[in-house]
Write a protein that binds this ligand. Sequence first.
Ligand code: ADP
Ligand code: MG
Length: 697
Amino acid sequence: MLQESVGKLKGIGPKRASVLAQEVGIETIEDLFYFRPRRYLDRSSIKSISDCFVNEAVTVIGTVRNTRVAGRSRRFMEVTVDDGTDTITGIFFGGVQYFQRLFNEGDQVCFSGKISFYKTKQMVHPDFDFFDAASNTSSISAINTGRIVPLYRSSESLGAAGFDSRGFRRIIRQAIDLCADSIIEPLEPSLLIRHNLMGLRDALVSIHFPESIDMVESARRRIAFNELFFLQFYLTLSRRAASEEAGIRTITTETGIFESVVRRLPFSLTEDQRKAIEEVRGDMCSPVPMNRMLQGDVGSGKTVVALLAVCIAMGRGHQAALMAPTEILASQHYATAREILGGDVPIAILTGSTDADERNRVYRGLAEGSIGLVVGTHALIQGGVEFRNLGLIIIDEQHRFGVVQRAALRDKGSFSDLLVMTATPIPRSLSLTIYGDLDLSVIRQKPANRIPVKTMSFPESRLPGVYRSIDRYIDQGRQIYYVLPLIEESERVDLKSAKEVYGRMTSEIFPKRRIALLHGRMKQEEKDRIMEGFTGGTTDILVTTTVIEVGIDVANAAVIVIEHAERFGLSQLHQLRGRVGRGSHQSFCVLIYPDDIQEDARRRIDILVANDDGFIIAEEDLKIRGAGEFLGVRQHGRESGFEFADLGRDYDLIVSAREEAAAAAFNGDAEEMLRGMESGSSALKGMRMKRILSLLT
Ligand code: ADP
Ligand code: MG
């Protein structure tokens, strides 16, 4: 029953069903249960309009007396509601026609929002809901009024198909009446008791129709526990299955290459780098394939660690592959690898723009084993690539690759070791969940010779002063990154673009300076040429976008200016800041924001000005933006693949789910349990495999 299409419900035909599927990804009745309310209205206490004060957040119910379109250039809709004690006017901007259709005189509506006053009591963009006073005793009105009621996501097409909050309540109530009893409890009763969790059925009912606000939170925790538990369970099982399959490997290692490369390094390794290399070596020499994530702030020196891991692989007679998210970064790694590994390792590069002849040559070299290390982009995981004896896979900036891509690459070598590197420090809660299959090495120290970057922030009106400083630094021989949020001007948003600023800089602001434009929509050769110009010091200012975010290493670039800093995530800004401070000069990061910036956006920027530690910034970022944004995954408008778990807040839940999952996963045959999970059958019915796996892609 739960797996039946929502079309089985009364009042839902194929057309409405397809709106649900398209807009919010709801296909089955079970999906409806897991459709999480956006928030709740406490309608158990409703105020008389005459008792409302300005600035108070209240819920009122009344009859629509009057609707009209007002305003000249910016039109808005006024909806006046009367509850017998007084009237209040709801103001709605945007989509005037939509609101005009929605509100009609005589409608019974509920407004919830903050009271303001302009000639009369107002609510600007109140939350609203319609209800039918006449049928106050029917089950429909009982789910809309006089209790805590759920509000669901809405959109124009959902609304047009009758799926406003009221419409959702109606079908969800129907689903509950029809099939709540077929919800199977997937967890052991003792486990529920241990962690003080309610049953899944009760949780799924209460999340929609709670008896109290506290109950919403208990229900959420229960469902969140499911998500966390089964993700962990799956990860632990796959890991167990992989290691059981791996068997015994030879552990003889020839250390000649490793030692000669270390000896040639122009610097001595930091303590953290040494420790990371030893952890990697330990994994590589154990019979179980390495599954390790190397975390370290920008500039902490992860690349050297990776290249030394390559030396260890070579010493064991294995090939290695290093995969980067962009071509710019792949080229740079290629150059660094050639410099550091010198003649000891035959190295090739393979990207989307490698020409056919060269590509075939590389394919041959990899298949024969004459190439020891191949550096590249996604091209590495494409069809034609065969390795003779791939032993080590390194993925740089791994948060851009999903688990599925990781797995595809891993398939290239039978029992390859995997090292993923990330410069976005991953908060502990995330490394325990999304990256729960990986061991962790952390580089916290920066190389000793680093001078910390000075970070400053200014409103846009101070730009002339910033330009004067830029001029001064160029006079001193430094180079500048100048970052904008857009490539080209856009009709939709009022933001400066790289092309526009490049145009103004070359013609008006810095006509005498050597300025280049770099963005992601250029051809590869052009990008390479421009990067070479900047690296070679023949460009003073590089006007660009976030293409330079990852990995780029130009020691002489000492200033980075970022306009519209309010538009970037904290971790992203921190990444961008990491482009400077790589040489022997004092470096600066200048964040520019609009003069009329909102208070909270301003506070975000201050976090960056005050903090240099990527780990602290990542935790703040996670709290502010949620896990989905943080990881760059977004589906059906959901915050993250997790519907109910909040990775910023549920740390205790994550830890207990992980422990329980580990215990459960070692309690039986891993392969069999995995197959059971993947087919959605067996002991794990009721678990939402589809959604959990979607997290990993
Ligand atoms: P990231 O962790 O951001 O990838 P990189 O590996 O690119 O950092 O290192 C940044 C710079 O620091 C490189 O130029 C590298 O040669 C240098 N570096 C790495 N390790 C050390 C060290 N122990 N001492 C001094 N410089 C180092
Ligand atoms: Mg790097």
